[in-house]
Write a protein that binds this ligand. Structure first.
Ligand code: PLP
Length: 426
């Protein structure tokens, strides 16, 4: 057998120095700053290896054992391994690893569970929901009648009484919980009871926190939901992509909704990379990692609070925190720009009942999956809170000084091993 199996950086450098430069510059950018975007992580070299492998060449429409193309024996094995690993890890009855992304997984879940025009009850976007939970600019808001529930103004926690009242008033066919910027645990049992009361399906969009479930750092939605939809690239630390978990009676509907209803051929390099990530997530180290992600996020939220940036809901139980900057008189948009100039990547984020429009926002969202993968702990989180506070308040001259401090901090925790020196000089 030939030893060539995939990534050949030298070939890329020879054939396309411009893109080779982009790849190396991006590695420098990821290593050189603080990556606090809550939906990002650093995949392992093993996951990257599979993504860059010749599995990318294979067409495999269909499912293992029932493909529309020949030559699928090896990719069948990869998909079967991935499915078995996900079933074990999450205690799920059925798994589909083919969704190209979280949004594709959600579209397939809608297709399996509801008809256009049906009523869907989901979290309002400004309160933490995702675009695919009913935004007017998304298929979900255009093709379904969506009703939004919110958080309470006093606690900033999901208002379960309001969820139930809305369910009884609108009789949705589908209830969705799971969010994009909600820092607290969700009471899946309460959602299950509400869905049962009105005869609705319950879908949990666990895109953000499925990695914490894998690492046993937060409760699992699997026993409560009809369908759990996920991304594989956030805390779970896999390749960019989606995944659906469901109960056996819905298995055929979910599979048909992914292929052929919403997708064509699966990305087999991504499916195999998901299998690698799922194996990694079942290791004891990953449980340590997931618990540390939460401890770090709690330490970061406390540090931001000490710097005058109020954590929404008073703190966090997960990998992310939302901070309200109103008391500092700085918008989320300005904070994001200043932090980026200081080498700190985070995003502006609406806070509940935000008086600013979404493109300005009164808050920032920070997450700890990437920095925890790098090995930073609570002590560094307190330092990071200080650096964020300094950047948010800083003028251009001070931003350069903060960037130097950021770079000194991250250089002690390199995101990846250094590439060999002859590759660096493009
Ligand atoms: N669902 C939630 C809750 C998300 O936060 C996201 C993305 O951040 C998605 C779905 C969509 O995932 P993707 O960007 O992979 O389509």
């Amino acid at each position: 057998m030939d030893t060539f199996w995939g990534p050949d950086f030298d070939a890329l450098r020879r054939e396309d120095p411009e893109i080779a430069e982009v790849v190396l510059n991006e590695l420098d950018r990821q290593r050189g700053g603080l990556q606090l975007i809550a939906s990002e992580n650093f995949t392992s070299p093993a996951v990257l290896a599979v993504l860059g492998s010749t599995l990318a060449n294979k067409y495999a429409e269909g499912y293992p054992g029932q493909r529309y193309y020949g030559g699928c024996a090896e990719v069948d094995r990869a998909e079967e391994l991935g499915i078995a690993r996900a079933k074990d890890l999450f205690g799920a009855e059925h798994v589909n690893l083919q969704p190209h992304s979280g949004a594709s997984a959600n579209m397939a879940a809608y297709a399996a569970l509801v008809q256009p025009g049906d009523t869907v009850l989901a979290m309002d976007l400004p309160h933490g929901g995702h675009l695919t939970h009913g935004s007017k600019v998304n298929f979900s808001g255009k093709w379904f009648h969506t009703v939004g529930y919110r958080v309470r103004q006093d606690t900033e926690l999901i208002d379960y009484d309001e969820v139930r009242d809305l369910a009884l008033a609108h009789r949705p066919a589908l209830v969705i919980c799971g969010a994009t910027s909600y820092p607290r645990l969700i009471d899946f049992k309460a959602f299950r009871d509400i869905a049962d009361e009105v005869g609705a399906y319950l879908m949990v969009d666990a895109a953000h926190f499925i990695g914490l479930v894998a690492g046993r750092a937060v409760p699992s939605p699997v026993p409560h939901a009809d369908v759990v939809s996920c991304t594989t690239h956030k805390v779970l630390r896999g390749p960019r992509g989606g995944m659906l978990l469901c109960r056996e009676p819905l298995a055929a509907r979910i599979d048909k909704a992914v292929f052929p209803f919403t997708q064509g051929g699966p990305l087999m390099h991504a499916v195999a990379a998901k299998a690698v990530a799922l194996r990694e997530a079942a290791l004891p180290e990953f449980q340590w990692y997931a618990h540390q992600v939460v401890k770090n996020s709690q330490a970061l939220a406390a540090g931001l609070a000490a710097e005058g940036m109020r954590p929404v809901t008073g703190g966090t139980d997960t990998h992310l925190a939302l901070a309200d900057l109103t008391d500092l008189g700085v918008t989320g948009r300005d904070a994001e720009t200043r932090c980026e100039q200081a080498g700190i990547m985070l995003n502006k984020n609406a806070i509940p009942f935000d008086p600013e429009k979404a493109s300005v926002a009164s808050g920032i969202r920070v997450g700890t999956p990437s920095v925890t993968t790098q090995g930073l702990r609570e002590g560094e989180m307190r330092q990071i809170a200080g650096l964020i506070a300094a950047a948010v308040r800083a003028g251009p001259a001070q931003l350069r000084e903060i960037a130097t401090a950021v770079s000194a901090l991250v250089s002690e925790f390199p995101a990846y091993p250094l590439p060999s020196p002859d590759l660096v000089d493009v």
